[in-house]
Design a protein around this ligand. Structure first.
Ligand code: TYD
Ligand code: MG
Length: 454
């Protein structure tokens, strides 16, 4: 009999390799490779494969009903899901320990249960008493959620099997669940995969939406959510800074919707509150008239969000200058500094540069270039940017300003929050159609970054 192939799987990214190494080649994490023991019965079946019945092929056109949706009733959550949960789907909610995953899912469970749906909340991390205490704190004691504390997979599957008409099952967290037939400890790659697979299969056959909580771990002691990402239908990241009260729910994968939507929450003494107007929140602590600050009119999914970009320069006469970035791309900052130097004569090479997106947001849009440049130039000259102006636009390597998507949406949001002016890329002749500025906003269009610097 052939020996069962032993391989090593990275608990951080899920990459599989035939040989153990100290550092995962795929993700670069150290000490994350662990041996994967094949689950019993999944050795080579080549010899015994059945003849098969063939598959039917059809045309592209045909009846395609939209997936049914079960809204949770939390607008920020439902938007990220693409309009609610799809029955018989699996949703993975990943995030750092302590960020608020259990709080979010208990609130979602309570809301759905309150709307008359059958909801099961199974925790492997906390006792029933602890969850009740949390519910009390959240003011959710009266919600008809069915609560259990369990970790053994077989027990959970048996319980699910006995259920009918369940809308949602929460498993908090997948890393605590234990399949007795798998010879490794809970939280290992093998366990997490086997448990996720079994629970997802239960969700598909019984028709409930499955919410799996997954802790992101840096140490590799627990298998991270990435080892399950390919198995689930939707992957959401719950992120934020523990020092800030904002929490952002971000779609990373969604088989039923867009992945660029975010849900914004605020962690309060009574749980997570939805933030319907994130711009106001992100700009709340802004002090006008300080050099090195500019307001960026950004876009998160379909929603415009205004945020403050802060830059600080410090003289660094000797040695190599520091470039420290929070919330933006380090490489993009280097590029902008080079463009400012080469095309606009703004030399910052002997200065330490600190860049920060206030409020703990993370921006990936190139549209932030202009706001970052404005903050840098303002910091370099000591002249504050106009506190009533928002900035957006991409900057090319020659210093030219480039159009970005959804200019009108950004302008509308700026007008709504009382801004009077917007700095943006000049329209090119024959290019994009005319931008209709909303009432109360004057447009300052620039063709080249040096125009703005001047
Ligand atoms: P939790 O949901 O337990 O995080 P996770 O499940 O992601 O590990 O939330 C943990 C933090 O949230 C905890 O440090 C306390 C804080 N918190 C509040 O600030 N307000 C609240 O109402 C609750 C329930 C928690
Ligand atoms: Mg938790």
């Amino acid at each position: 009999m052939a020996r069962a192939a032993l391989r090593f799987v990275c608990s951080s990214c899920g990459a599989a390799v035939p040989k153990w190494t100290g550092r995962c080649e795929a993700c670069g994490e150290w000490n994350t490779l662990e041996p994967e023991t094949p689950a019993p019965g999944v050795t080579s079946r080549r010899a015994g494969r059945s003849a098969g019945r063939g598959v039917d092929f059809v045309g592209l056109a045909g009846e395609t009903p939209l997936p049914e949706r079960v809204p949770l009733g939390i607008a920020e959550f439902d938007r990220v899901l693409g309009g609610g949960m799809v029955p018989a789907s699996a949703i993975l909610v990943g995030g750092d320990p302590g960020i608020g995953k259990s709080t979010l899912l208990l609130q979602a469970a309570a809301r759905l249960a309150g709307a008359g749906k059958r909801v099961l909340y199974i925790s492997g991390e906390e006792s029933v008493a602890q969850i009740r205490l949390r519910a009390e704190r959240l003011g959710l004691r009266g919600a008809p959620v069915n609560l259990a504390s369990a970790t053994v997979l077989a027990d959970i599957l048996a319980a699910l099997d006995a259920e009918r008409d369940v809308a949602m099952v929460v498993i908090d967290s997948i890393q605590t669940i234990w399949d007795e037939t798998v010879e490794s400890a809970p939280g290992t790659v093998t366990q997490v995969r086997a448990n996720a697979f079994a629970l997802i299969r239960a969700a598909k056959t019984q028709g409930f939406a499955l919410m799996l909580v997954g802790h992101v771990t840096k140490e590799g002691a627990l298998a991270g959510p990435r080892v399950m990402e390919h198995m689930v239908d939707v992957v959401l990241h719950f992120e934020g800074d523990r020092g800030h009260q904002f929490r952002i729910l971000r779609g990373a994968k969604n088989r039923f919707g867009a992945t660029d939507e975010i849900g914004v929450f605020e962690m309060t003494g009574r749980g997570l509150a939805e933030v319907a107007n994130p711009s106001a929140l992100f700009l709340a602590e802004r002090h006008g008239n300080v050099a090195g600050s500019a307001v960026f009119a950004g876009l998160e999914g379909s929603r415009p969000v205004l945020m403050e970009v802060q830059a600080l320069l410090a003289a660094n006469p000797g040695g190599s200058a520091r470039r420290s970035v929070i919330g933006w791309d380090q490489g993009r900052l280097s590029m902008l500094l080079a463009v400012l130097d080469a095309r606009c004569g703004v030399k910052l090479s002997a200065q330490d540069v600190y860049l920060n997106i206030a409020g703990g947001l993370r921006v990936s849009e190139p549209a932030a270039d202009l706001a970052v440049a404005a903050a840098l130039v303002s910091a370099a000259t000591g002249v504050p940017t106009d506190p009533e102006t928002v900035f957006f636009g991409e900057i090319g390597l020659s210093g030219e300003l480039r159009q970005v998507a959804q200019a009108e949406l950004r302008l509308k949001e700026a007008a709504k929050l009382g801004f009077a002016r917007a700095a943006l890329p000049r329209r090119v002749a024959g290019g994009t159609r005319r931008i209709a500025a909303p009432d109360g906003i004057a447009l300052a269009e620039y063709g080249h970054l040096s125009d703005l610097v001047a």
